[in-house]
Design a protein around this ligand. Structure first.
Ligand code: MG
Length: 463
C-alpha cells in the first residue's frame, strides 16, 4: 500500500488542536474558514462538540466560509461521525469544531472531505499554505455565502446506523451509556433504544465544563459507569470520548475492556459472517491478527492514525479487495458498510448485535480471546529520526517493517519504535503473548536505544 505520512506544520493526525485563547483563537478559526472556503467552494457543513468555546470558534470559522462565498449548513452540536455522515450524503465538505478527548480548555478543528473522511496529508498541506497567505480573496456583497441552521440532520445519522441492523437485537438487554456530557448524548441512547435496548445514561446532559468526567474515557473516569452497570445488571456499559468517534466498553462485571480486545472481539464477530481484509495501524496488538487468521481473514497494516486506516481501506476496495473492517486499538473503529471514519455510535450498536448473536456475556467473550501483553513507553529525545536510522541498521537482519517508525517482528512478539509528530519524544511499544516475553524484548530495545543515544543525551522515561 502506498499511503505514507507527510509532515504538516499546524495540523496533526486528527486536525488542529490546542488551548483556547493561546493556540486556538477566533482569528485562527476565521483563517481556517477562509482557507477551506477557497479550497472547497460550495456547501460546507459545520458542527461542534459541547465545549464552551465552541460557539465563538464556530462563528469565526463560518464567517470565513461565508466571506469566501461558501454556503454554510450549521448542524449545531453533534458527534464528529454524524457530521462526517451528513457531509458524505449531502455536501462539498465540512468542518468540525472539537478537541476530541482533550480536557475542556482545549479545542480545535477537523476538516471533512466530501466523501466524509478527514482531510488527508497532501490536501492539509495545501490548506496550511492558504492559511499563511494574507491575500486569500474575499467576495463582494452580492457573492458572499448564505447560512442555514440544520440541527435536524443528526436524525439521518441515527437512522443510518439503526438501519444497519435487522429487527431489534437489543430486546431484553439493559445497557448503560456514558456520553461524558458530549454530543453523543443526542445519538447513542437513541440508537440503542431504537435497537430495542433498555437504556440508562450517566453524564447524559450536554455540558462543555464536563462536570462528571473528562472527555477521555479512561478507566479511572469510568468508575461511575462500572458501578451503574453492576447495579442495573446491564449487559455492558459504553462510554465515548469528547466527539464520540471512539467507544470503549465496561463488561457486565464492571471491568474495563481493553481497546485491543474490543477491536479483536468485533473483528471476530464481523469475520464470522464475512471474509476479507481488516485494516489497522502497525501499533495494534497482534491479537487482531490471531483472531483474523482463525476466522480466515487477512490484516493489512498502515501508519498510525485513523485517516491512514480509512484511506487504505478505500484504496484497497478500489483495487477490488474485500475490506470488512478497520480501526485502531483505542476504541476508534471503522465499519465500511456504514462509512469510512471512526464511529462510536456504530461501535456501540455493533456490540448490541454481537452479544445478541453470540448469546454470551461480554466478560466471557473477552476471556476467550487470545492472550496478549503490551508495554508502552515514551522516551524524551530530540534525536528520534537518527535513532530510528541506527536501530534499523542494528536490526537489519531481523524481520522489520518500516510502515511507521521501525517495527521489529519476531515469532509471536513485536516491538515498535516511532518518533512523535508533535513532541520531542519517541514511543516504544512491545506486544507479546506473555508478560515475561514482552519485558525481555522491551529491555533489549531500551538498552539499544540507550547505547545509540549515549553521547551525553539524557534519556528520560516519562511513563
Ligand atoms: Mg475523538
Amino acid at each position: 500500500m502506498t499511503i505514507k505520512k507527510m509532515q504538516k506544520q499546524l495540523f496533526g493526525t486528527n486536525g488542529v488542536r490546542g488551548i483556547v485563547g493561546k493556540e486556538i483563537t477566533p482569528e485562527l478559526a476565521l483563517r481556517i474558514g477562509m482557507a477551506l472556503g477557497t479550497m472547497r467552494p460550495g456547501h460546507i457543513a459545520v458542527g461542534r462538540d459541547t465545549r464552551t468555546s465552541g460557539p465563538t470558534l464556530a462563528n469565526a470559522l463560518k464567517s470565513g466560509l461565508l466571506a469566501t462565498g461558501c454556503d454554510v449548513i450549521d448542524c449545531g452540536i453533534l458527534p464528529t461521525p454524524a457530521l462526517q455522515y451528513i457531509v458524505k450524503e449531502h455536501y462539498d465538505g465540512g468542518a468540525m469544531i472539537t478537541a476530541s478527548h482533550n480536557p475542556p480548555e482545549y479545542n480545535g478543528v477537523k476538516i471533512i472531505e466530501p466523501d466524509g473522511t478527514e482531510m488527508g496529508d497532501e490536501e492539509t498541506i495545501r490548506l496550511e499554505e492558504l492559511l499563511a497567505d494574507p491575500l486569500v480573496p474575499v467576495k463582494p456583497w452580492d457573492q458572499v455565502g448564505t447560512e442555514v441552521a440544520s440541527p435536524h440532520l443528526i436524525d439521518e445519522y441515527i437512522h443510518a446506523i439503526v438501519s444497519q441492523f435487522a429487527g431489534k437485537p437489543g430486546r431484553g438487554m439493559t445497557v448503560v451509556v456514558d456520553p461524558g456530557s458530549g454530543p453523543a448524548c443526542q445519538t447513542t441512547p437513541a440508537i440503542l433504544q431504537a435497537l430495542g435496548c433498555r437504556v440508562l445514561t450517566l453524564n447524559g446532559i450536554m455540558d462543555g465544563t464536563f462536570p462528571g468526567r473528562l472527555p477521555e474515557p479512561s478507566m479511572e473516569g469510568l468508575k461511575g459507569l462500572a458501578a451503574l452497570v453492576i447495579a442495573s445488571k446491564a449487559a455492558f456499559g459504553v462510554a465515548h470520548d469528547g466527539d464520540a468517534d471512539r467507544a470503549v466498553f465496561i463488561d457486565e462485571k464492571g471491568i474495563f475492556v481493553e481497546e485491543n480486545q474490543e477491536f479483536a472481539l468485533i473483528a471476530q464477530h464481523i469475520c464470522t459472517d464475512t471474509k476479507g481484509t481488516i485494516v489497522t495501524p502497525v501499533s495494534t496488538s497482534q491479537m487482531v491478527e490471531l483472531v483474523a487468521d482463525t476466522a480466515g481473514c487477512a490484516v493489512q497494516y498502515t501508519p498510525v492514525g485513523s485517516i491512514y486506516v480509512a484511506r487504505t481501506m478505500r484504496e484497497l476496495i478500489g483495487t477490488g479487495t474485500q475490506v470488512v473492517f478497520g480501526g485502531e486499538g483505542n476504541g476508534g473503529l471503522i465499519f465500511p458498510n456504514h462509512q469510512f471514519c471512526r464511529d462510536g455510535g456504530m461501535t456501540a450498536a455493533t456490540m448490541v448485535s454481537l452479544l445478541a448473536a453470540t448469546g454470551q456475556s461480554l466478560s466471557s467473550l473477552v476471556r476467550h480471546l487470545p492472550q496478549r501483553h503490551m508495554i508502552k513507553e515514551k522516551i524524551s529525545t530530540i534525536h528520534g529520526s537518527h535513532l530510528i536510522e541506527q536501530l534499523s541498521k542494528r536490526y537489519a537482519q531481523e524481520s522489520i517493517d518500516s510502515t511507521d517508525g521501525l517495527k521489529i517482528k519476531r515469532r509471536n512478539t513485536w516491538a515498535l519504535v516511532r518518533v512523535s509528530g508533535t513532541e520531542p519524544l519517541i514511543r516504544i511499544m512491545v506486544d507479546a503473548d506473555d508478560s515475561a516475553a514482552a519485558s525481555a524484548f522491551y529491555l533489549e530495545i531500551k538498552k539499544s536505544v540507550s547505547e545509540i543515544l549515549g553521547n551525553g543525551t539524557t534519556i528520560d522515561a516519562i511513563d
